[in-house]
Design a binder for this molecule. Sequence first.
Ligand SMILES: *[C@@H]1O[C@H](CO)[C@@H](O)[C@H](O)[C@H]1NC(C)=O
Ligand SMILES: *[C@@H]1O[C@H](CO)[C@@H](O)[C@H](O)[C@H]1NC(C)=O
Ligand SMILES: *[C@@H]1O[C@H](CO)[C@@H](O)[C@H](O)[C@H]1NC(C)=O
Length: 356
Amino acid sequence: MARGNMVALVVAGIFLASALCVSAAGTLTFEEVTSTGDSAFAFDPNSNQEYTPPPTPIVPPPPSPTVPAPTAPTTPASSPGSCPEDFTKNFQNTFKIFTDTDHVIVGPNGDSAEMLLDKRTAAVAGTKNMYYTGRFSAWLKLPCGNSSGTVFAFYLSSNGSKPDHDEIDIEILGNTTDKTYTLQTNIFVNGYGNREMRHDLVWFEPCQDYHEYFIQWNSALTVIGVDDVPLRVFYNKESEDIGQPYFNKGQALMMSYWDGSKWATQGGKYKCDFEKNGPFIADIKDFHKLQGCQVPWERDVAACKNPATPHCWDAQTELTPEQVASMNSHKQYCTYDYCQDYQRFKDTGFPKDCSN
Ligand SMILES: *[C@@H]1O[C@H](CO)[C@@H](O)[C@H](O)[C@H]1NC(C)=O
Ligand SMILES: *[C@@H]1O[C@H](CO)[C@@H](O)[C@H](O)[C@H]1NC(C)=O
Ligand SMILES: *[C@@H]1O[C@H](CO)[C@@H](O)[C@H](O)[C@H]1NC(C)=O
C-alpha cells in the first residue's frame, strides 16, 4: 500500500508542478531558500554572525492610544474609492531610521533615499505607524556589478517577536553579476511562514533603471509583483472555513539593506565582499505613492476593516484576466515554489493555500 501511496504522491507532485511554477524548480532545496530560519527579521544588522534574533524588535512601537484616530473612519462613506493621502508626506514624516542615519541618505524633497550597506553596518528604516491594508511600493534601483551576499528587503510586518505575527516579504537577493538578481517573497500569517517563492529578475535590468516593487494588500487578496507584473497572489479564504487564516494585524512597512552572506547567493557560496564590491547603494524614490490605512495600534484594525469606509485598493477582489496572463507568462522565471516542494512538506502536508 505504501507503494500505491507513493505513486499517488508522485502524481500529485507532477500535477502541482505543472499547475504552478514550471521552470527549474526542484534544483533549489528548502535549505537553500530558507537557511536563515525564516522571516525578513532574520538578520542582525550589525554583524556577520549566525542569525540571532535582534535584541530589540525592529518594528516601531505602536503609537500611544491617545493618538488621534486614523483618517479612515473620518473618510466620508460617499467616497468608495478614497485613497487616504495622509500616509506619506515625505520620508522624514513617515519613516524612522533604525541604523546609523548616515546609512539612509534622504533626498532634498524627502521623496527619495539612498540606502547604504557597508562593512560597518546595514541600513534599516521603517514606518513610525502601522497599517492594515494598502498599496505599498518602492521604486527601486539596485547597484550594478557584483552584489553577492546582499539582501534588500521591502516588507510589511507586525511585531516580529510575537509568535502569531503577520508578515509580507519582498527580498531582493544579490548575485555575482547584475543580470541575476533574484526576488524572494514570503508570507506569514499568525506566525506561520514557509511560503517562499523565488523569481529570477531577468526580464528587466534591476540595476539600470528604477522599477516598482509592490505589495497590494486588501481584505480579499494580497498581490506581490514588479511593475505591471503580479508574481504571486494570496487569497483570503477565511470564509471558506478550510483552516486558512488571513492577515488580521496592523503591519509596519520596513526597508532594509543587509548582509545575507550566510544564505542569499547560491546558498551562501558567494559572500558579501565589501572591499572588492562594496559599499552597496540602493536608490529608492517616490515615497509619496505609498497608500495605507493607518491603525491606532497593531491589534486594533476594526476601523480599517469597516466596509462602510472602503479605500481605492479595496475594490479588487481577484486578478483581472490580463493580470493572470501576465503572472502565467512570468512563471518561466520562477526557480522555487513552496507549493512544489514535496520533500519539505511530506510529513506535514502542503500549506492550505497551495490547493487554490
Ligand atoms: C513586541 O512583542 C514583544 C513580545 O511580546 C514585546 O516585548 C515588545 O515590547 C513588542 N514590541 C513592540 C515594539 O511593540
Ligand atoms: C563576486 O564576488 C564574490 C565575493 O568576493 C566572489 O566570490 C565572486 O567570485 C565574484 N564573482 C564574479 C563573477 O566576479
Ligand atoms: C545567481 O546566479 C546563478 C547563476 O546564474 C543562478 O544559478 C542563481 O539562481 C542566482 N540566484 C541566486 C539567489 O543565487
